[in-house]
Design a protein around this ligand. Structure first.
Ligand code: SF4
Length: 450
């Protein structure tokens, strides 16, 4: 059980010396209880208290780093079951599988395709996170040769997939600084794999037949000194996966059960496109921290990435675009002028419709702290004063000469006051962005006469 702030306080020196950065020992104890501070920030704590508090100061789910440099993947570190309780910290990493039985040219081609695969969505550039190299040949030599090809064509973090300790060892020795994820230690090879994990400072996956065996493996790995673990209970069905992953997440967060306090990996084994999406999305929603997929088809990856982006967007920090005056096409002083908020999804819904209209136009984006139009209006973040101030800030009067602005249909209520504040004529646009092409064609034929 996690200790309360008062339980922790009883074990602290109680000198209120402030060396930890907190004004009092009690304040520090409260931060520790909320996992917002680390025990080593108090230099005066006794060894005995340290031991007792270790459990309280450790996060319920460890954060595990795989790879190095800019392409390093961090996974785990979650503190809540549901995103709305706080936020999720590390989005599910997506690995695409390759195989050491592929010919050199096929393997290189696939790795290059993984490297090039990317998506633009609501202003974010999204790429594949990792490559999972399968040792299907069971030959250490072929495994290392394939790894050579992967590493010479990609900097992505790597999962080494083999239950053959010799193959894993050869790969780790060849590339000592890459910090790949080892997959996997089983009940048959645990000691050897733990040794490799410790020697090469590479995180290790525990692969077990169900939760009971996984529990035993995890405790054994901990007793062997391995603390950077990923868990795979090898569920046989999607239903079982949902059950196992939820149990692991609940036990680690609600009961602070250390043996399950690690990220989970899941393999999408189906070949059918729809089933791949169904499985991957279920794993992302509940509660895989890494998934391995054997597909490079955009129509398969896009829905998976979209779901992940939606779940792992911090609800307290909406995705925004830069507030400024955007231009679409060859604008001039007679071009229509519209205004909206800086919620990314709003902008990226409106922008393509303006482009589709083929009417050169201006779009002023105000700073609404990432709220959509109606929410921003209700929160008084999209008011006539804010709109007019933003117009002045971005010199809209110099850009257009007609002094007419188009506001979103949902906030028609702003019209009167906005006209009073700005002195501009306010026109109410369509409620939905999809109505913009027709609307712009109508108003742009003679904007001065509108
Ligand atoms: S450094 Fe330790 S003793 Fe000093 S205030 Fe912080 S918790 Fe208390």
């Amino acid at each position: 059980m996690a200790l309360s702030g008062l339980d922790i306080y009883r074990l602290l020196p109680k000198t209120n010396c402030k060396k930890c950065g907190s004004p009092t020992c009690l304040a520090f104890a409260m931060k520790l209880a909320m996992k917002k501070a680390s025990l080593d920030q108090c230099p005066d704590i006794s060894e005995e208290a340290k031991k007792a508090l270790d459990q309280a100061s450790r996060p319920p789910i460890a954060t595990i780093a795989i790879g190095t440099g800019d392409d390093k993947v961090e996974t785990g570190g979650e503190t809540v079951l549901f995103r709305h309780e706080k936020t999720f910290y590390h989005q599910t990493a997506i690995a695409i599988s390759v195989d050491d039985t592929l010919s050199d040219s096929d393997l290189t081609g696939k790795v290059k395709s993984i490297e090039e695969m990317s998506f633009e969505r609501v202003g974010q550039h999204i790429v594949i996170d990792m490559i999972a190299l399968f040792n299907t040949s069971n030959s250490a030599e072929k495994f290392v040769n394939a790894l050579d090809k992967v590493i010479s064509n990609s900097k992505k973090a790597i999962i080494l997939i083999s239950e053959n300790p010799k193959a894993i060892e050869a790969a780790l020795k060849k590339y000592p600084d890459k910090r790949p994820l080892i997959y996997a230690a089983t009940s048959d090879n645990l000691r050897e794999m733990c040794e490799l994990s410790k020697t090469h400072k590479a995180p290790l996956t525990l692969k077990a037949n169900g939760l009971e065996e996984l529990d035993k493996l995890s405790m054994e790995a901990a007793s062997l000194g391995v603390g950077e673990l990923i868990l795979d209970p090898c569920p046989g069905t999607l239903n079982q996966a949902l059950n196992d992953f939820t149990q692991i997440r609940r036990l680690s967060l609600k009961k602070n059960y250390r043996a399950f306090g690690y990220p989970v990996i899941a393999f999408v084994k189906d070949k059918d496109k729809y089933q791949i999406v169904r499985q991957a999305c279920t794993f992302i929603a509940k509660y895989a921290s890494l998934i391995v997929v054997d597909s490079l088809e955009r129509e398969v990856l896009l829905p998976i990435i979209t779901l992940r982006q939606n779940i792992y967007t911090d609800p307290q920090k909406p995705v925004t675009v830069e507030p400024k005056l955007y231009q679409f096409g060859s604008v001039d002083e007679n071009s229509p002028f519209m205004v909206t908020t800086n919620f990314s999804l709003t902008f990226y819904t409106v922008a393509p419709e303006i482009e589709a209209s083929k009417i050169p136009a201006y779009l002023l984006v105000t700073d609404s702290e990432g709220m959509s139009v109606l929410t921003a209006w209700a929160a008084e973040k999209f008011t006539p004063e804010i709109i007019y101030e933003t117009m002045k800030k971005f010199d809209v009067e110099k850009a257009v000469s007609h002094k007419k602005m188009i506001i979103p249909g949902y906030v028609s209520v702003l019209s009167g006051k906005l006209e009073d504040v700005s002195g501009w004529k306010v026109m109410v646009g369509p409620k939905e962005a999809s109505g913009l092409p027709k609307y712009l064609k109508e108003v742009s034929t003679n904007v001065a006469a509108v």
